[in-house]
Design a protein around this ligand. Structure first.
Ligand code: FAD
Ligand code: NAG
Ligand code: NAG
Ligand code: NAG
Ligand code: NAG
Ligand code: NAG
Length: 509
C-alpha cells in the first residue's frame, strides 16, 4: 500500500516546479519547433532521428491524422469536438521516450501514453483539460523476446497480446500466458491496469506473472525493478501505468499449458431454464477445478413475444474433453453439456476461439495482423458479485435486459487461484470473496448522436438496476474497464479520491 504514498510523493515533488515553469508556446507551429529543438538537447545519447518520429497537427497534418486515428479503438472518441494532441511522438528507441518526458516538462505540455489504444474512455489519447497535450505513442516499441529455458518473456509496451501468444507458440507448445482475450490489446495498458483472461482461475491475473519492468520515470531516467524499488514496481502492476511513468517493457513468467485443451459455447434460452443454470453457475465456479473457466454472456432476446435474455456459456478447459465431461456431470449437470458441444484444441487455437475466429480454418499468423479488431462505438461498466444473486432477481435482470433491448452483461468467474493471492499483493484488491465480475457491455456501429445518447443511458440504467445485487461499501470497479461515470460529481459530498480509491483499490486515499 505504500505506493499510494509514493504516488502522492511523485505528484507533489514534480508538480510545484511544473506550475512555476514558463508556459510553452501555444501556437502549434512554434510548439513543434520548440519541442524538436529541445529533444536532442535532452536525450541521454546523441540522436539525429527525432524529426522522423514527431508529428505535429500543424506541420504534418495528414501523417499526424493517420497516426492519431490508427489507435483510436473507440469511435466515441473519433469526433472533431474531442480535444486533439498538439504533438504525437512515436518513439523507436528508449532515449526517444526519455527526451520526450523531459521536454514535455520543460515546455509544460501534458503527456498521454498510448500502447494499444483500447482504453474504453479514450484516456490514452484525449484530454478533458484546456492545456496542450501530446501523445507518446508506443506502437513502434513492440519487440518480444521469448526465453523457453527460463520460461520468461521480455515484451515491449507496444506489442499486442496476440503477438505475444504467437511468439510463445513459435517456441513452445506447452507454454502460454494468462492475459486478456482480445487479440489487439496493448501490453502497456493491459498489464499496468491488472489484466485477466481465460486462465484466471488457474493462474490469477496477468500482473501475478510480472517479474520485472523497465520504465521511464518523471525525471527521464530508465529504471528496472531493482532501480525503481519495490513500491513503484508494486504500483505499476495494477494501479495504471500512466500515473507513474512510461512503461517500456514488462518481463513476464510464462505458465505451463496442456497440449490438449477443450472449448465450448452453449446457449440457453430463458425457456430452457437459463435463469436456473446461471443461478447454479454462480456457486459452482468458486470451487470447481481450477482448469475450468466458464464465462456467461447475457444478451437481450425475444422469446414468444416476451422480451427477455438468453445466456451463452463459453468455456476453456485446460485438459481433454473426457476429463471435462466427468467434471461437468459431477459438479454442473444443470448445464447439460454434451460431448459433441466440446472441441479439443491447442492452447493457441483456444485464443482464436475467444477472438471469434474459426479456429479450424484460420491460419495462426492472423495473430500477427495488427488490424483484426472490428472497431466500434463502445461503453463498458463493471461490478463485483460476492453473494449469489437469487433466481427471482436473476429473472428480473433477464427481463430488464430484454426491456432495454441492447445492453448485454458478461459474468467472469473468479475463485480458484484468485482466492489464494492476498488482496494487497498488488494494487488489485478484488480477490478472495468475489464470486464473479460483471461487465456491462454495449457496442454499436451507428455514428449517430441519438444512438450514442440512448446507449449511454441504457448502460447507466442497467447499472442502477443492479445496485442491490452487487458488492457494496464500496461498490467496486475494475480499472481496465475504464468508466468515467463513476467519477462524475453528483453533489452529495462527492470526493474523487474517495470514489476512485474505494472502487478500484478498496482504499480511500
Ligand atoms: C475489445 C476489448 C476487450 C478487452 N478484454 C479484456 C480482457 O480480456 N481482460 C482485461 O483485463 N482487459 C480487457 N480489456 C480492457 C483492456 O485491458 C484495457 O482497455 C487496457 O488498458 C488496454 O490497453 P492498451 O494498451 O490497448 O490501451 P491504451 O488505451 O493504450 O492505454 C490504456 C491506459 O494505460 C495507459 N498506458 C498505456 N500504455 C502505457 C505505458 N507504456 N506506460 C504507462 N501507461 C500506459 C494509458 O495512458 C491509459 O491510461 C478489453 C478491452 C477491449 C477494448
Ligand atoms: C513533419 O514535417 C516536418 C516539416 O515538413 C518534416 O521535417 C518532418 O520530417 C515531418 N515529420 C514526420 C514524422 O513526417
Ligand atoms: C473518424 O474520424 C475520421 C476523421 O475525422 C473520419 O474520416 C472517419 O470517418 C471517422 N470514423 C468514424 C467511424 O466515425
Ligand atoms: C473443427 O475440426 C474438428 C476436427 O475435424 C471438428 O470435429 C469440429 O467440428 C470443427 N469445429 C468447428 C467449429 O468447425
Ligand atoms: C434513460 O432510459 C430510461 C429507461 O429506458 C428512461 O426512462 C429515461 O428517460 C432515459 N433517460 C434519458 C436521460 O434519456
Ligand atoms: C477526500 O477523502 C480523503 C480520504 O477519505 C480525505 O483524505 C480528503 O481530505 C478528502 N478530500 C476532500 C476535498 O474532502
Amino acid at each position: 500500500m505504500s505506493s499510494i504514498i509514493l504516488f502522492s510523493l511523485l505528484f507533489f515533488i514534480c508538480c510545484p516546479p511544473c506550475f512555476s515553469l514558463p508556459k510553452g508556446p501555444s501556437d502549434p507551429n512554434s510548439l513543434y519547433k520548440s519541442f524538436l529543438e529541445c529533444l536532442p538537447t535532452s536525450s541521454p545519447q546523441p540522436d539525429t532521428t527525432f524529426s522522423s518520429v514527431v508529428y505535429s497537427s500543424a506541420t504534418n497534418s495528414s501523417a499526424y491524422t493517420k497516426v492519431l486515428l490508427e489507435h483510436i479503438k473507440n469511435f466515441r472518441y473519433n469526433t472533431t469536438s474531442i480535444p486533439k494532441p498538439a504533438i504525437i511522438i512515436t518513439p523507436k528507441k528508449e532515449n526517444h521516450v526519455q527526451a520526450a518526458v523531459i521536454c514535455a516538462k520543460k515546455l509544460n505540455i501534458q503527456i498521454r501514453i498510448r500502447s494499444g489504444g483500447h482504453d474504453y474512455e479514450g484516456v490514452s489519447y484525449t484530454s478533458s483539460e484546456k492545456t496542450q497535450f501530446m501523445i507518446i505513442d508506443m506502437f513502434n516499441l513492440r519487440a518480444i523476446d521469448i526465453n523457453v529455458g527460463t520460461e520468461t518473456a521480455v515484451v515491449q509496451a507496444g506489442a499486442h497480446l496476440d503477438e505475444l501468444y504467437y511468439r510463445i507458440w513459435e517456441k513452445s507448445k506447452v507454454h502460454g500466458f494468462p492475459a486478456g482475450a482480445c487479440p489487439t490489446l496493448g501490453i502497456g495498458g493491459h498489464i499496468s491496469g491488472g489484466g485477466y483472461g481465460t486462465m484466471i482461475r488457474k493462474y490469477g491475473l496477468t500482473i501475478d506473472h510480472v517479474i520485472d519492468a523497465k520504465i521511464v520515470d518523471v525525471k527521464g531516467r530508465v529504471l528496472d525493478r531493482k532501480a525503481m524499488g519495490e513500491d513503484l514496481f508494486w504500483a505499476i502492476r495494477g494501479a495504471g501505468g500512466s500515473s507513474f511513468g512510461v512503461v517500456l517493457s514488462f518481463t513476464v513468467k510464462l505458465v505451463p499449458v496442456p497440449k490438449v485443451n477443450t472449448v465450448f459455447r452453449v446457449t440457453k434460452t430463458a425457456e430452457a431454464k437459463a435463469v436456473d443454470i446461471v443461478f447454479k453457475w454462480q456457486s459452482v465456479m468458486s470451487t470447481i477445478d481450477k482448469d475450468l473457466f466458464i464465462r456467461v454472456l447475457l444478451q437481450p432476446t425475444q422469446e414468444k413475444n416476451k422480451k427477455t435474455a438468453q445466456a451463452t456459456f463459453m468455456a476453456l478447459f485446460l485438459g481433454d474433453s473426457t476429463r471435462l465431461m466427468g467434471l461437468m456431470s459431477k459438479s454442473f449437470p444443470e448445464l447439460g453439456l454434451k460431448k459433441e458441444d466440446c472441441f479439443e484444441v491447442s492452447w493457441i487455437q483456444s485464443n482464436l476461439f475467444w477472438s471469434n475466429f474459426d479456429y479450424n480454418k484460420t491460419k495462426l499468423d492472423i495473430l500477427l495482423d495488427r488490424h483484426t479488431d472490428v472497431v466500434k462505438f463502445l461503453k463498458r461498466k463493471s461490478d463485483y458479485v460476492q453473494t449469489p444473486i437469487p433466481t427471482q432477481a436473476l429473472t428480473s435482470i433477464f427481463n430488464k435486459l430484454g426491456e432495454l433491448g441492447k445492453i448485454g452483461m458478461v459474468f467472469n468467474p473468479y475463485g480458484g487461484r484468485m482466492n489464494e493471492i492476498p488482496a494487497d499483493a498488488t494494487p488489485f484488491p478484488h480477490r478472495a470473496g468475489n464470486l464473479f465480475k460483471v461487465q456491462y457491455s454495449l457496442s454499436w456501429k451507428e455514428s449517430d448522436a441519438k444512438v450514442t445518447e440512448n446507449n449511454m443511458n441504457q448502460s447507466r440504467v442497467m447499472y442502477e438496476f443492479m445496485t442491490n445485487y452487487v458488492a457494496k461499501n464500496p461498490r467496486s470497479a475494475f480499472l481496465n474497464y475504464r468508466d468515467l461515470d463513476i467519477g462524475v460529481n453528483k453533489g452529495d459530498g462527492f470526493n474523487s479520491s474517495k470514489v476512485y480509491g474505494g472502487k478500484y483499490y478498496q482504499k480511500e486515499f
